[in-house]
Design a binder for this molecule. Sequence first.
Ligand SMILES: NC(=O)c1ccc[n+]([C@@H]2O[C@H](COP(=O)([O-])OP(=O)(O)OC[C@H]3O[C@@H](n4cnc5c(N)ncnc54)[C@H](OP(=O)(O)O)[C@@H]3O)[C@@H](O)[C@H]2O)c1
Length: 311
Amino acid sequence: MAEATTKAVIDGMVSKDISLAGKTVLITGANTGIGYETAKDLAGRGAKVLMACRDSEKCTNAIDEIRKEVPNADLRPLDLDLASLESVRACAMVVNETEERLDILINNAGIMACPKWQTKDGFEMQFGVNHIGHFLLTNLLLELIKKSAPSRIVIVSSSGHYRGQMKWDDLMSEKDYVPFKVYSQSKLANVLFARKLSTMLKDTGVTCNSLHPGLVRTDLGRHFFNKDGVWNTVKYYITLPFVKAIFTTPLKGAQTSIYCAVAPELEKETGNYYTNCQKKEEAPAARSDEDADKLWEKTEEFIGALNKTAL
Ligand SMILES: NC(=O)c1ccc[n+]([C@@H]2O[C@H](COP(=O)([O-])OP(=O)(O)OC[C@H]3O[C@@H](n4cnc5c(N)ncnc54)[C@H](OP(=O)(O)O)[C@@H]3O)[C@@H](O)[C@H]2O)c1
């Protein structure tokens, strides 16, 4: 007999009975992994899904794949490179000009443990994509999201945030670049951003929650788990059985994102962190309002031209 965790979740899967007919959703990084499964699921519930991806060919291929399983899926490709503020602004402009509503925004895209790269605007790549790009996108879409209330913002963070530390004097990791530490900082920034947003959006009918999707077999490990060169190939095949044993499928990994996006019991829940479709306490470092404020201010400074009246 199936065990119900909550009314919306049965055996770890979010009930298909929850309809999103008439709703519009935007998912970043929807062409693969957790974002792809989230897009497929929400389209299957009748939502119009805007798939915001940096590679239009991958996006079109993903749309074709989803339509094989969900023939009537209402999927729209959107160009979005979170490593370019110009691209983020262009994407938000298209959405604001063409969409009448935005009920659910899912900040899903992410990059992990890449080499010491920079975004087009000169930000450290992981902080720039995982935090700054999403920060700007969310702010530029906020009026539309508020207009569509009750609406939801879902931020895909990671349990890596528990190891995260905000290096206030070196947020761009110029002095010290340790790939996983830098990833953890960006994922802590995700939770702090969700905290600050949830406070700012109190009484607007817009909720904002963050989550850890679990350990999921996706392309996220591409920068360290790959077959580039002999040593990496050896490491790859030695590690593969462990990855297969421990990591779950993207479909299962998408369930907490889907839960935060659709569960009726979360309609008024905000400022929380979820994993396994359940509320969980975030790291102490993620519960600091002072740090959430500071991160907001610093990010505004980095972006410079952000329209402060957007909130
Ligand atoms: N997998 C896990 O075990 C795990 C655990 C904890 C948290 N997470 C989080 O889950 C989220 C989804 O990751 P995933 O596991 O599904 O990884 P994934 O398969 O690598 O998917 C990441 C997505 O983000 C996109 N992306 C990367 N850089 C981008 C940029 N500059 N602009 C726009 N999109 C960009 C990728 O596009 P391309 O395909 O074009 O590169 C891809 O669509 C991430 O936020 C990650 O931190 C995952």
